[in-house]
Every structure is written in structure tokens, then in C-alpha cells.
Design a protein around this ligand. Sequence first.
Ligand code: ATR
Length: 276
Amino acid sequence: MRIAAVIGWPISHSRSPLIHRYWLRRYGIEGDYQRRPIRPEDLPSFVQTIRSGELVGGNVTVPHKEAVLALVDDVDDVARAIGASNTLWRQGGRVFATNTDAHGFVANLEAAFPGWRNEPGVPFVVGAGGASRAVLHAFLSLGIERIRLCNRTQARALELAAHFGTGIEVVDWFDRVKRLSDVSLLVNTTTQGMASNPPLELSLDSLPVSSIVYDLIYAPLQTPLIAAARARGLRTLGGLGMLLHQAAPGFEQWFGQRPEITDELFRLVVADIEGR
Ligand code: ATR
């Protein structure tokens, strides 16, 4: 029986088992997807459980996404560019690492707004952590090089701009509202707006009415930023679709079946987030 697992410390909040077990049931695959709490000092022995074949692979979350790169046998170009991995698998006795967050980010956007790439304007990314790196990589790999990037701590945004390329313009945190008037797509990659955090401080008044507001947060399903965008009549997208889309390539790699992101799966995860 093929077994995959999600690891993190802590890991109890992860919704990955719900998603992968839904797909295992749906496709009648005899396999399992487990949740494993792994302390940082136990990360090397976890990677070994994949190398030895005990597990077919797994997902990696906080705080292991960067550290795991040094422990696997092969890091693909995407994980290397982003500087973090969320998906591991075994092939020929070796452990491979990739990152499917950039794929999840774009697939969710394509599914919701298929014409988004042809719309005029500049994408504006708020935040400069791991999620921001995945989003910048996604834009650049689509050939979108002109991007505005803004972070409370500007030095982190400047580091990302230096790493990812010259088309990225770093905006001063205090100028962020002024620089929204020609923005096509506003992306929140910060942790502001999560259930336990205050809202992102950003007035949307100067965003064009044609723009899309994409918040990577999925709990709550409607963040204050999304609520403000809806109140202005803007198109909006939350992070739940990205969570589902980033899970699909791992499932296919481990269990040999490209899984579908069905409405039923969407509703299942929504019910879990809402505590129903
Ligand atoms: P992740 O890997 O999930 O992106 P992270 O690396 O901790 O998480 O990054 C969190 C992001 O949220 C950062 O861009 C952070 O800004 P700083 O670099 O200035 O810390 C942003 N963030 C956190 N708290 C914030 C706040 N109160 N206001 C604005 N941005 C905030």
C-alpha cells in the first residue's frame, strides 16, 4: 500500500489529509495519506523514510520548507528558484523535491478568471515571505516581468527583487495606496487577515474597478481584504482554490492519477474550515 504524509511542527491544522483522502476514496486507490508531526531535528530521519521506500513521498509545511532542500537528493528548478519545497517523492531510491505553490497560484487564477493575463495593468504583490517568492516565480515563469512588490520591511522586498530580476519594482510601504491606480491584480501574500491576525492595512479606493483582488489566505474564507474588495464591486479570489490546486501534482506523483478539483471537494474543505 502506498503511503504519503504531510509533515510540519505543529501539523494538527493541516487540511492536506482531508484533500488527499478524498481523492484516494474517489479513485478507489488503496493508499493512505497521514499527518506526521516532525520536529526540526527529526527532519533528516523523515527524509530517510521516503528514501527507504516506507513512504512514497509527502508534503512539507512550516517550519521545514527551506531546510528540507539540503536533505533531499534532487531539487528541481522550481523549488530552487523559490528557495523552498512543499512536495517530495521517491524515484529510483532517491528523494526529489519540488514546489507546487506557484502552480497552485496560477491554476486557481486561470480557473476563476481565464482571461486575466490579457488584461492591461501591473500586478502588485504585498509581502515578501515564502508565499511571495512562489507568486513572483509564477509571474516570471509566465513571462510577466513587470511586477510591483511592497513589504512592510522594505529590505526583504529589495532582496527578493535582487533575486528574481530587474522588472520588479519595490514600492515603499508608505506609498502603497498611491501606487494602486494602474494595478490589474493585487495579491496579498502576507499573514494579515488570517483568523488570528488583524486585517491588512490597505485602502483599495484607488484600485481600478476592473482589477482582481487575490488573497492567498483561505481561513477565514472571506478576509477583510476580500470583503472590502467585494464592497467596491471588484472581482475577488481567495486562497482555497490554490490550496487544492497545489495538492494535485503531489497526488499524481505518488498515486499515479491526476486528481480533479471537484465542487464536492471544495465544499468538503469549506465545511471543515467553517467547523461544520
Ligand atoms: P510566509 O512564508 O507564509 O509568506 P513569512 O515569511 O512569515 O510567511 O512572511 C510573512 C509576511 O507577512 C511578510 O511579508 C511580513 O512582512 P515583514 O517582512 O515586514 O515581517 C508580512 N507581515 C506580517 N505581519 C505584518 C503586518 N502587521 N503588517 C504588514 N505585513 C505584515
